[in-house]
Write a new protein. Sequence first.
Length: 487
Amino acid sequence: MLKLKNLKVYDPVNGVNGEIKDICMEDGLIVSDNDKADEIRDMSGHIAMAGAIDIHTHIAGEPLPFLRDADNPLLAPSQILGEQYLGLGYTVAVNAAMCALNAREAILEENAIKDLDIGNLVWVGENPLFTKLINEESKESNKSLPEYLSWLLSISGALGLKLINPCGGQSSAESSYHKTIDKMIDATMDLRLAHPLHLHHPFLGSNIASDAVCETIKAAAGRPLHLAHLQFYGYTKNSNDETISAAEKLADAINSNPNITCDVGAVTFGEAAAVTADLEFGEKFGKSKKGFVSTLWEADGGFCVLPMKYSAKNRMNATQFLTGLELMLLVKDPSRICLTTDFPNGGSFLAYPYLIHLLMDKSFRDEELKKLNSKALATSAVPSIKREYSYYEIAQMTRSGPAKLLGFSGKGHLGIGANGGLSCYKEMGNKEDMFRNPAACLKGKKELLSAPKIEYNIDFVKKLTEGVYSVAFEDLEDVHSWAQSLH
Ligand SMILES: [Zn+2]
């Protein structure tokens, strides 16, 4: 047993807010102090939080191989990603979009990511069979959708369901994105998945997005819904036809609907890459640009990639940066807005310590704002916001909030029996330096995080998927057991 003495502990789940405590660990678990420590370390001057959780990142599987480059630190081969995450005090990541048919490849890549615990969200959106099932209004289809979704979860070993840009944001006589979202919120609840429907809403990046997202929040009518990378929907136009932030409206909608959660999808400056199964967005944004790759993936829809760079001097990029900050500063409950950059879409997750510094230190924030495009800054509310996050709120945003949302009862806290690891940081004035260099990040054996196995009618699903996939139905079975056997 390892005993760490005199830590200043921030553990919202257990109501601990900066008390000085000793924490004991054995085999990756938090254990009670039995006075039989093999090693004792005095950690005076250090704070402790549970291992952090990235609820929305893209680290494995298609379409990342189109971007990976051993010389590109943003998207290096997967082996170093684990070191990078643990090097910031992160112990868990959720790979936010995996196509079912590519699950084995994604899981093999994840297996090569050292030490980090990983779960996957399997996507639906433009899969033709899925669209057909959503639009069939019959007794039979009421049975078909949950059977199909259970099968997708099973053949991908996934943790939850991600809905990407349903119907391309369109509505017609046969289909509408409103109906698709509505049915999928219900289906996710009926399947008793711990994580609410994880929604990549239509109209990403457009000026109409914020109104549409607010309508969706209203239509959810109290049912749980997670909005992915909300920053990318936080824009509107002013009277001069300029794109400005709509973060205030979105934050108000989140604040008054406790059933809604989100991750921010913050933009940071430097190298990034668009990685998405939202083909409509990809075609509009990237088609003529260098490095753009778009492809269809059998019966699961398609995806595209585009290398990019965000610049502080670019008006739109600066507006995006400010919109993310504004959202995080205006959403009152930090446990309902998880810290993400939608890696690599908004930039690298290595920017988290910088973003934490911006949230915790108003004077640092003011200095950083001076580097931005002045027109973007002139329209932003960020300079007038005085809020500074506390350590406790950072722990809610990066630990207890995402753990609760994902149903990880053992993670995101430091109670006896917790298995989500422990991060210790030497307390410093410069929060970026502090959160970039943990004095310790300790955790147990690597885990693949899956939803509990859901039963489905094999014969029924086999008939349903007949002629759709190029891989034999029997060969798609049992990814869940195979994946667990890798560990
Ligand atoms: Zn994403």
